[in-house]
Design a protein around this ligand. Structure first.
Ligand code: PAF
Length: 285
């Protein structure tokens, strides 16, 4: 696996592949990789001839109060894992390489960026959309893979790609879980052993909500109340976001005209760690 840290080197490395008509797959990450990320690499491998992963902890998507400085980083371990999964090129630029001067151009996906998680983390999705658009401009992938765990992020990116007619296919990859159901996340490392033992409550609440939906409960308020009841069985779990919405555009559900699929999204604090999880329940067939 080749590791490059400048935009010029990456472009030079990719040029012959592009000229040879090879399909380029891309997995953007912020590093500290786990099974969720390697599943994205495996998926990219299935859909492309050349797989590029990026590791860049993007300051634009962190608020000043958030964990940019302490976000976990381990480039040597990440490189090994990527290599094991057949990644061809790792792009690991510095902040100075990506933002040599304060960036004046931002990508704002109106509406989707400011609801739900976007309301709680103002500017976050603007930072994500901006860096993903920039990375797409640098890598020019044919296909890019994103995890469904960050469900609203995936919706924002899909909308950005559609609105700007970017020539890249976006593949959403289902959330990868540990054996006890906890969604894989780089931030799980922040949990103490006691907190980690309580973390399955997120997935448990979603599983119970899915069962209720399958039993015909389609009222979003009733589903949300059920999720909150299950989360409340773990007193240290503090829900910051419990959203039950249409899976396609994250809009509100009309129980009298149920959508094709319902998305449930959670952001729950356990101690100082804010964990995300999600589940989509398809109602068709
Ligand atoms: O999901 C992430 O790791 C990041 O938000 C992304 C998409 C790499 C952009 O920085």
């Amino acid at each position: 696996m080749l590791i490059v840290d400048t935009i010029a080197d990456l472009r030079e490395t990719l040029a012959p592949h592009r000229r040879a008509g090879r399909r380029i797959g891309f997995v953007p990450t912020m590093g500290y990789l786990h099974k969720g990320h390697t599943t994205l690499v495996d998926r990219a491998r299935e859909h492309a001839d050349v797989v590029v992963a990026s590791i860049f902890v993007n300051p634009l998507q962190f608020a000043p109060t958030e964990d940019f400085a302490r976000y976990p980083r381990d480039l040597p371990a990440d490189s090994r894992l990527l290599e094991e999964h057949g990644c061809d090129i790792l792009f690991a630029p510095s902040v100075e390489e990506m933002y040599p001067r304060p960036i004046a151009t931002h990508v704002e996906v109106g509406g989707l960026s400011t609801i739900l998680e976007g309301e709680r983390r103002p500017g976050h999705f603007r930072g994500v959309a901006t860096v993903v658009a920039k990375l797409f401009g640098i890598v020019q992938p044919d296909v890019a893979c994103f995890g469904e765990k960050d469900y609203q992020q995936l919706a924002v990116i899909r909308r950005m790609v559609a609105d700007l007619s970017l020539p890249v296919e976006i593949l959403g990859v289902p959330t990868v879980r540990e054996a006890d159901g906890v969604a894989c996340s780089s931030r799980n490392v922040y949990l103490s052993a006691d907190e980690r033992a309580l973390a399955p409550v997120l997935n448990r609440s979603l599983a119970e909500a899915e069962a209720a939906i399958r039993d015909g409960i389609l009222d979003p308020e009733a589903i949300e109340a059920l999720i909150r009841r299950v989360l409340a069985t773990v007193p240290v779990a503090e829900p910051d976001l419990v959203a039950v919405c249409r899976a396609d555009d994250l809009g509100p559900i009309d129980p009298k005209a149920p959508p094709g699929a319902i998305a449930m999204m959670l952001a729950v604090r356990i101690g100082r760690t804010r964990l995300l999880d999600q589940r989509v329940v398809s109602l068709s067939a």
